[in-house]
Structures are given as structure tokens and as C-alpha cells.
Design a binder for this molecule. Structure first.
Ligand code: AMP
Ligand code: MG
Length: 339
């Protein structure tokens, strides 16, 4: 299949929108990561997303909208707290889970009777959804298991030949996926930490629980509430270990680990002024917000540089920290050293 490269001109966005409307697949930028879209009203189109990504069929897709009015078209039982989130944080990097209406085929929700809904703030994403004229089902535009794409180049590497087109809209700002909050139970539950933090929700008057699985992987027979929790995720080819604790202690521990691994090509994802001398050092940024933005592209970069063993510093447990830590732990297959 030929994969067409689109710019963000209105002509290109309209052409890409037509492809979506006709059942094709288009990758597009959002403020979080690049998404791989298909019409959310077209079961066959949604099915193609799973094939293109190599995604397990029990991992549901998020439905993207470009106007709040579309929520009532696809979901019901919108709770007061869900309404508060819609009013306060949409458009933005948050996804809400509600009871679905029949218009959304079960292929999109992987058989669930709930639907995940997101209203992105990115102008190109919104223009594309508008041009398509239907809500767009879209997971991240990476091959299943790989780090989510935050640059067009990442999508081109993973998806060329597998989808109809890619819109190059530059780098994604947030860098980690949206926060997912489930409103179908007694109390709102954060299933995935992301661009909107627990504290942001709290400040807006939403008292959410944090799902206990956010920092661990599920055992094979556990039923995932957020199916993404079950699978190997964000994993580069390199073997990743997270080293977590106070800055100087983390640094000393990593120096020790580098020494032990001196026969391998090593890399460090560092938040500090790094002075490791035997490793490829990538700068994660000065705080967790920057870490979130740099994380996935750094993981891909280590692979491009042929790095075999990566040590990732994690030093600060603030607002964005939970989102970073969740992705890091998964990238590391839960290999974490607390120092
Ligand atoms: P991604 O592939 O990174 O876009 O991830 C989409 C995430 O949204 C997956 O991890 C899903 O588990 C989650 N998700 C989508 N729909 C639902 C739903 N109805 N209930 C729970 N989680 C959902
Ligand atoms: Mg994904």
C-alpha cells in the first residue's frame, strides 16, 4: 500500500479527511502523541487499525471528537463529574469513559459496552475530524509494543506501507498519552495518568481514585480495566532499567551499573547535568513535564544509536511524575531499582 505524506494545509487536511470518511487510515498529530485514525462509525475501518498496528483485538480504541455536542451522539449516562471534566478540560489531553451508544461498533471498543472519548486541542487533529465529518477512532500511531510516536518521523518509520496517509504536523507538545478517567463506576477512576494530572482534577473538584495497576503490570489471568495495562508497552529494543531515588544517589548507582555493563553499549536517560563518561547520554529535561515530552523519542533514539542497555533516572514524584513513571516502568518491563 502506498502511504501518502500530507502537510497541514487545509487542502491536504480535507483530502485526508475524505480518506477517513471513505474507510481509510490516516495518522495525524495531536497535542499528546500521533494518532492512527479511522472512522469510529465504520467497523471495517476500525478493524484495519488493529491489523496496521499489530494490536491485540481486546485493546479498545479512543474515539476522537471535534465538538462537545458529539458526546451525546456516541455516549449516555454522562455523570455530573464527567460534565465537570468536559467543561474544565476539553479540549485537552484527557479521555473520559462513558456508557456507549449503539452507533459505536463493538470493534472500536473491543467488545466493551463503554466508550473512551477524547476532544483533542491540537488544531490539525480538530480540523481533520471536522473534515472527516465523523468521530475518529484512534490509538497511538506506533506498531504495537513500541514507544508512542511524538514526531512524524516515528510514524513514517512504523507505518509506511501499512496505512493510507500521514499528516506531518511537527512534534507533539505533551509527549505522553491522555489521562484516562472512567466515569462508569461509583467513583471516577484514573486508569492511565497523562497530560492532565491527579492534582489538576482535584483542583477542579473531581475526587478521583488512582487505579492500583498504574505502576504494575497485570498477571496473565487478571482482567484489565484499561486493556492497555495488560500488554508489553513502550518497549525499545534496548534493555531498560529505571533507577529511582534522590538525585546524587541515583547518579552514583548508575555509575556503578555502567561499570558492571562496560562490555555493552550503554545509555543513560538523565535529568541531571550528566557526567557519566562511558555511556550515550540523552537529556530527559529539567523537570517531569519536559521528561514526558522527551521520553518516547529518547527511547527510539537509543535504538537508532544501537544502545543495548539503558538506565533511566527518575528523581521527582510531582504532578507529571506519575505519567512519566507509568511509561518508564512499562518500558523497563517493571525493572526498577529504588535507591
Ligand atoms: P492508545 O493505544 O495508546 O491510544 O491507548 C488507548 C487506551 O485507551 C488503551 O490502553 C485502552 O485500554 C484505553 N481504552 C479505550 N477504550 C476504553 C474503554 N472503553 N474502557 C477502558 N479503557 C479504554
Ligand atoms: Mg498506544
Amino acid at each position: 500500500m502506498e502511504t501518502k505524506l500530507f502537510s497541514t494545509s487545509s487542502e491536504d487536511i480535507n483530502n485526508a479527511g475524505k480518506i477517513l470518511k471513505n474507510g481509510g487510515l490516516i495518522a495525524f498529530p495531536t497535542e499528546t502523541v500521533y494518532g492512527l485514525g479511522a472512522s469510529a462509525y465504520d467497523a471495517d475501518a476500525a478493524e484495519k487499525i488493529y491489523t496496521a498496528k499489530g494490536r491485540p483485538s481486546d485493546n479498545p480504541l479512543i474515539v476522537h471528537i471535534c465538538e462537545k455536542e458529539q458526546i451525546d451522539e456516541i455516549a449516555e449516562d454522562v455523570t455530573e463529574e464527567a460534565k465537570m471534566v468536559i467543561d474544565t478540560f476539553m479540549p485537552g489531553p484527557i479521555t473520559i469513559i462513558l456508557k456507549k451508544k449503539n452507533i459505536i461498533p463493538k470493534t472500536v471498543t473491543a467488545g466493551l459496552d463503554t466508550v473512551a472519548i477524547r476532544f483533542p486541542s491540537h488544531n490539525v487533529a480538530r480540523a481533520l475530524i471536522k473534515a472527516a465529518g465523523v468521530p475518529i477512532a484512534a490509538p497511538s500511531a506506533n506498531l504495537s509494543g513500541k514507544p508512542s510516536p511524538t514526531k512524524a518521523r516515528h510514524v513514517i518509520n512504523d507505518m509506511t506501507g501499512r496505512i493510507d496517509g500521514i499528516i506531518d504536523g511537527g512534534d507533539c507538545n505533551v509527549g505522553v498519552e491522555s489521562t484516562i478517567v472512567d466515569f462508569t463506576g461509583n467513583k471516577p477512576v484514573i486508569l492511565r495518568p497523562g497530560g492532565i494530572t491527579y492534582e489538576d482534577l482535584k483542583n477542579a473538584g473531581i475526587d478521583a481514585e488512582i487505579d492500583k495497576n498504574i505502576l504494575k503490570s497485570l498477571s496473565a489471568n487478571e482482567v484489565p480495566k484499561c486493556p492497555g495495562m495488560k500488554y508489553k508497552h513502550y518497549a525499545p529494543n534496548a534493555d531498560v532499567t529505571v533507577v529511582e531515588g534522590e538525585k546524587t544517589v541515583v547518579k552514583n548507582k548508575i555509575k556503578e551499573l555502567l561499570e558492571e555493563n562496560r562490555n555493552k553499549i550503554t545509555g543513560v536517560l538523565s535529568m541531571n547535568d550528566a557526567d557519566y563518561d562511558t555511556a550515550v547520554i540523552l537529556n530527559a529535561g529539567k523537570d517531569n513535564k519536559e521528561y514526558a515530552k522527551n521520553l518516547f523519542s529518547s527511547l527510539r533514539e537509543f535504538d537508532e544509536l544501537g544502545v543495548e542497555v539503558v538506565f533511566a533516572e527518575f528523581c521527582e514524584d510531582d504532578g507529571y511524575g506519575l505519567a512519566v513513571k507509568n511509561r518508564l516502568y512499562k518500558a523497563a518491563g517493571q525493572k526498577v531499582i529504588h535507591v
